[in-house]
Design a protein around this ligand. Structure first.
Ligand code: PMV
Length: 326
């Protein structure tokens, strides 16, 4: 096989209905379906070059050669692609994020979405969007949601092949803005892979999962109808439910800082005053404050008035993962 080099680009995503806990940890088959929005402007750009002279896979992230668990995770993922392509050839992977690492913006979603796109193309596979999403899920669950465009739903699926994500509305369909309020930068937390394994130790997880289809329906219809009030209420409930599970796991996971709660309260107050705004949180203390593009400058300004907020990153609905060059 001649050397082939492909670059792909993917955005991280913010979940509105969260994925937390797996039915099968090894396959990353989620306990419940989820809904998210890709984040425009924040990107992972990944170049993959399969080279018959290489003796092993190599990984460079943000100009740093990586070894250890990060490299192992990428190798396991490339093994999967090699087995689908039925080829035994190693790759040099070079990846760059344009957003700060340690800022609490999950980079594994954009990382594995971009890697799935670039590596499959480079090895000569031509997969459909659903197949790419299904494949990316094996690298990081939420990565399957960074493959399709805009507002995306990940179907939990009753078996491996049926668990993938698809777009429910294009990025341009609703002019939402995510104002990501960074409360802490570079805080060390329990990562999501370890966190998912603890979900079932919480007695609240069963109730959260059982009620998920209802929340998915409400969130999906709010996005399609552009009903902000319905949308804000369901995303806040869903985020609170996930954090309730986290806090009641054994051992408990407390991702909130006192300032996190302060931002959440401020957001609810602003909504009480008539501004369409709502919050959601990932596995970290930073708050994703979601509003309409007509209000984002005001919301950003309000957030920047809070002395403890280190930075506010702005992201609009983003496109799906794409191959840049061949
Ligand atoms: O894909 P993972 O394993 O990084 O898990 C993502 C978990 C959350 O970000 C907390 C929720 C979600 O649905 O994105």
């Amino acid at each position: 096989m001649p050397d082939s080099k492909v670059t792909a680009i993917a955005h991280p995503n913010i979940a509105f209905i969260k994925y937390w806990g797996n039915r099968d940890d090894a396959l990353r088959l989620p306990s419940n379906g989820s809904i998210s929005m890709n984040l425009e402007g924040l990107t992972t750009t990944t170049n993959v070059r399969f080279n018959s002279l290489l003796k092993e896979d190599l990984l460079t992230l943000n100009n740093k050669k990586l070894s250890g668990p990060a490299l192992e995770r990428v190798r396991t993922f490339l093994d999967l692609i090699r087995s689908i392509a039925n080829k035994r050839i190693f790759a040099e992977v070079t990846s760059e994020n344009n957003f700060p690492t340690g800022a609490g913006i999950a980079s594994s979603a954009s990382a594995f979405a971009a890697l799935a796109m670039a590596a499959t193309k480079a090895i000569g596979l031509n997969l459909t969007e659903a197949e790419l999403s299904h494949l990316a899920r094996h690298g990081s669950g939420s990565a399957c949601r960074s493959i399709p465009d805009g507002f995306v739903e990940w179907y939990s699926g009753d078996q491996d092949e049926k668990s993938y994500a698809a777009s429910i509305a294009p990025a341009a369909s609703w002019d939402l803005v995510d104002c990501i309020a960074l409360v802490t930068i570079g805080h060390k937390e329990v990562g999501s892979t370890a966190g998912h394994r603890l979900a079932n130790t919480s007695p609240l997880q069963t109730a959260r999962v059982q009620d998920a289809p209802r929340r998915l329906d409400i969130c999906r219809s709010a996005i399609l109808k552009k009903d902000f009030q319905q949308f804000a209420e369901i995303i806040e409930l869903d985020s609170n439910l996930m954090h309730a599970v986290m806090m009641t796991s054994t051992p408990p996971l407390f991702y909130w800082e006192p300032q996190t709660l302060e931002v959440m309260r401020a957001v609810r107050n602003w909504r009480g005053q008539g501004i369409p705004v709502g919050y959601t949180l990932d596995a970290g203390p930073n708050v994703h404050v979601i509003c309409l593009s007509s209000d984002y400058e005001k919301i950003k300004h309000n957030l920047e008035q809070m002395s403890f907020i280190q930075r506010v990153i702005i992201a609009k609905p983003g496109s799906g993962a794409v191959v840049l060059s061949n």
